[in-house]
Design a protein around this ligand. Structure first.
Ligand code: LLP
Length: 390
């Protein structure tokens, strides 16, 4: 049953939503603040460093709060690097990843003397070296290795297998390392791995630690000291119970790395968390435009669609759907909750049980703070949805 009992949509907040224009994104900055407090409490005794993965959400107010919490930035495009710096993140806390960095993006990052490039291939390293040499700079490099660890998540968001396009394979590691060590404009800072996203099976992270330990042995056997071990992001959230699990279990997550990762003297452990920090602070608000009776299906057609939240259409991802206009009503009916976009995949949920739902009802789609607004599009020439904050 999808009766909202949430503190996210408390009665006081509901009162302020009567007139709200929909669709819109709403962010609860208290949830974000509390998540970051818990993050701080978990990382500071462990001396772990966290870069916020910008790709999850680049809302200005969210970035401001993340920056004030002291996090660095994990960027995957020149625009994200620029956005981080424009929003006050210190260049020496910016990591730049991505398999296809263009010359212009590399130049921009070099100009800002960012913390490091997470480099993914030999041809990329050759270009970084060449561009760094042209301007007499030294680019710090973390080699993104493909650890061939299965993330146990949706195949579209698995990144650490040999079949994926990401990272440097073991077959070429030796020649890549030789190249970096020999080049005067490159400094080998460390290694980087990232195996996927929305990982809820903690055993996967333990396996990752073991794999990183093996990779470290490889470097140690060649007497190469790595200052930075970056283990990426990927911690999942509970899309089914966003109120009960409004906060990720960061203690448990970091504990795994404390216990299983063999950290060497003077080595720093870095993380790149996105989803787990921002997913639960966001919701997408929408109104029902029509209830349409199909042959066997009852459709609730919303004014939000895949243009505002593409995850269900793209990955069959589950997001909890609540009828905020029917809080407290217990008798339910079954609906396919769909958007207005001209695509059959524009569906937020099939066979969703909701209280009887009418035209004009306010609907919340939960846990949209990560990979929601950032993946929005103007398809069908739809306008970008505005944002409001609690
Ligand atoms: N670091 C790297 C190198 C990454 O590729 C990613 C995410 C992260 C960090 C952050 O991972 P997180 O902590 O957010 O799981 N659009 C998809 C998710 C794509 C994630 C891509 N990489 C979705 O909506 O599920």
């Amino acid at each position: 049953m999808n009766v909202a009992t949430t503190s996210f949509f408390s009665p006081e907040r509901m009162a302020s939503l009567h007139e709200v224009a929909t669709p819109c994104y709403v962010y609860d900055l208290n949830i974000l603040g509390e998540t970051l407090n818990r993050l701080q409490a978990a990382v500071s005794p462990r001396n772990f460093h966290v870069h916020y993965a910008f790709k999850a959400n680049t809302d200005k107010r969210i970035l401001e709060i993340v920056r004030e919490a002291g996090l660095g930035a994990d960027c995957v495009s020149g625009q994200e690097v620029k956005c981080a710096i424009d929003n006050g993140f210190r260049p020496n806390q910016v990591a730049f990843a991505g398999v296809g960095k263009t010359d212009a993006e590399i130049q921009l990052a070099l100009q800002h003397d960012i913390f490091c490039f997470n480099a993914e291939s030999m041809p990329e390293l050759q270009v970084i070296a060449e561009l760094a040499a042209q301007t007499n700079r030294v680019a710090r490099i973390a080699l993104r290795l493909n650890p061939n660890v299965k993330a146990n998540t949706h195949h579209y968001i698995t990144t650490g297998l040999e079949e994926n396009k990401f990272g440097i394979g073991m077959h070429e590691l030796s020649s890549v390392v030789d190249f970096v060590l020999a080049h005067p404009n490159l400094e080998l800072l460390g290694m980087h791995v990232h195996i996927g996203s929305q990982i809820t099976d903690m055993e996967v992270f333990r396996t990752l630690c073991m794999r990183v330990n093996e990779l470290q042995e490889w470097f140690a056997s060649r007497r190469i000291a790595l200052k930075v071990i970056n283990v990426g992001g990927g911690l999942g959230v509970n899309y089914h119970e966003p109120d009960r699990d409004a906060f990720p279990n960061l203690e448990q997550y970091f504990d795994i790395f404390s216990q299983h990762l063999h950290v060497r003297p003077n080595q720093e452990v870095h993380f790149e968390l996105g989803r787990s920090l921002v997913a639960q602070c966001g919701a997408l608000l929408s109104r029902v435009t029509y209830i349409k009776q199909g042959v066997q299906t009852q459709f609730a057609i919303l004014d939000a669609g895949m243009t505002e939240l593409i995850r269900p259409a793209l990955y069959q991802a589950y997001h909890k759907i609540e009828n905020l206009s029917a809080i407290g009503k217990t008798a339910t009916q079954r609906y396919d909750v769909v958007g207005p976009v001209c695509e059959s995949s524009d569906c937020f949920g099939k066979a969703v049980d909701l209280p009887e739902t009418k035209r004009g009802d306010l609907i919340a789609i939960r846990s949209t703070g990560a990979y929601g607004e950032v993946m929005a599009s103007n398809y069908n020439l739809r306008e970008r949805a505005p944002t409001l904050y609690f």
